[in-house]
Design a protein. Structure first.
Length: 232
């Protein structure tokens, strides 16, 4: 699952900060519960059921229970097997920041860092996915054209504008040699007081940068990229 992992990562950081502040004041009664849940996730990992492990780890974070210090490593390992390499790297980095050399799984974490180097390099070099490794797909709003027809900003979608020479009245006035006002039909708008919009030429629309894809013609999907042109 793509969406929401950034939220989980932010929550995890906050929970660790809170737990570190509380540790010197009181015993954390819920740590046993989250530890048991983590053990269940580890059992799922041993059975290579990484989807189940992923769901358990997410549930621990959602529960706002204290986070076992070794959990970020196991979560990172799970995400690696689910090919969510960027997220795996984020949780692994957090694990190293929290535990340093003293982590129970320090050596395994270092080994995971090495395994991540290749996949992360592939993501950075790939033009078919975003920096998190999720494949781009054609924007459905503009169908890949990067622009969409929208109401003309000059005429507000009306296709016509007021004639500036006669102020939209269709008539212009002049004073003759006797200082008397004379009225003439405006030759610019043929006395109609309005003109075809010079920007959209009466079509009422203009092409503007697609708001969905911001002019790129593509959006990020929820599918992990295979880094191949013919990926399905």
């Amino acid at each position: 699952m793509k969406f929401g992992l950034n939220k989980y990562f932010a929550i995890l950081c906050l929970l660790f900060t809170f737990c570190n502040l509380q540790e010197s004041y009181a015993q954390r009664p819920n740590l046993g519960t989250s530890s048991r849940m983590m053990n269940s996730a580890k059992d799922a990992m041993d059975k290579e059921d990484y989807d189940k492990a992923n769901n358990i780890f997410r549930h621990i974070i959602d529960s706002n229970a204290p986070i076992p210090q070794e959990m970020p490593y196991h979560f990172a390992e799970t995400l690696f097997h689910l090919k969510q390499y960027d997220n795996s790297s984020n949780f692994l980095q957090k694990y190293m920041e929290i535990n340093g050399f003293n982590g129970e799984n320090y050596e395994e974490a270092r080994e995971l860092q090495t395994r991540l180097e290749g996949p992360l390099a592939e993501i950075r070099a790939c033009q078919l996915c975003d920096r998190k490794g999720y494949a781009y797909e054609t924007c459905s709003t503009c169908e890949g054209h990067a622009h969409t027809p929208q109401d003309c900003s000059y005429c507000k979608g009306k296709g016509i504008v007021g004639c500036s020479r006669c102020a939209g009245k269709g008539m212009i006035t002049k004073k003759n040699v006797f200082n008397l006002v004379e009225y003439y039909e405006c030759d610019r708008c043929n006395a109609e007081g309005r003109l075809t919009c010079p920007e959209c030429e009466g079509s009422k629309t203009e092409l503007k940068t697609c708001k969905t894809c911001k002019g790129s013609g593509r959006v990020t999907s929820d599918k992990l990229c295979s880094h191949e042109d013919n990926q399905s």
